[in-house]
Design a binder for this molecule. Sequence first.
Ligand SMILES: [Zn+2]
Length: 213
Amino acid sequence: MQQPNVPGTDLGAEIAKSLGVVRSPEWSRVREAHLHLAKDQGFCAVCNGTAQLQVHHIVPFHFCHLVYRGDLELDERNLMTLCEVLENDHHNLVGHLEDWEIFNPGGRTVMADAFKGVAVTQLTKDEIKQSNQFQAWMSAKNIPKRWQAMSDQDKKDLRAFLDSNLPYIPTPGNPAPFPFMEGGDNGGDPAKIATTYGSRLPIFHQQLAELQV
Ligand SMILES: [Zn+2]
């Protein structure tokens, strides 16, 4: 199902809320810092445009929180800039594979490099959808499931994927991530899902500083 993207609404937050996850109060500061301070982040990673920019969570933040890795809501490694210019909407198309409730698991570099060198005039929705890269992303074996459709094993696999690709960065005031679905944990403990334990802003600014090099 394709949901309309109404300007001014925060679809990611609405989807998360329906699953009992709320945005961190630090999100707006992290978002602004990513857009305005990070090197090479002030434009869409697909078309280099600077209009209607969104800061995209590569793995949507509700998935992160629900497998007890809410730190990744506020982690530069899980962010990239994509535009929402009407019709082509690279955020929805490339970042979410046309379904706001899932995500493109290809990763930041793959998404950013997929259409490098292609003229902006050819980065329309139709042309991207016809590309080999998009077809590969959309093949049934690659496309991720929505949270509600995931089995326990899928959820454990997602947590393992995050731990392996985006390992937790120790942060003062934040506990290390709780084990997920281990030792009697049923995977739905609200205290472990509510992951705004302390500020992650110092770590985020440190990540940005490293990007400037
Ligand atoms: Zn774009």
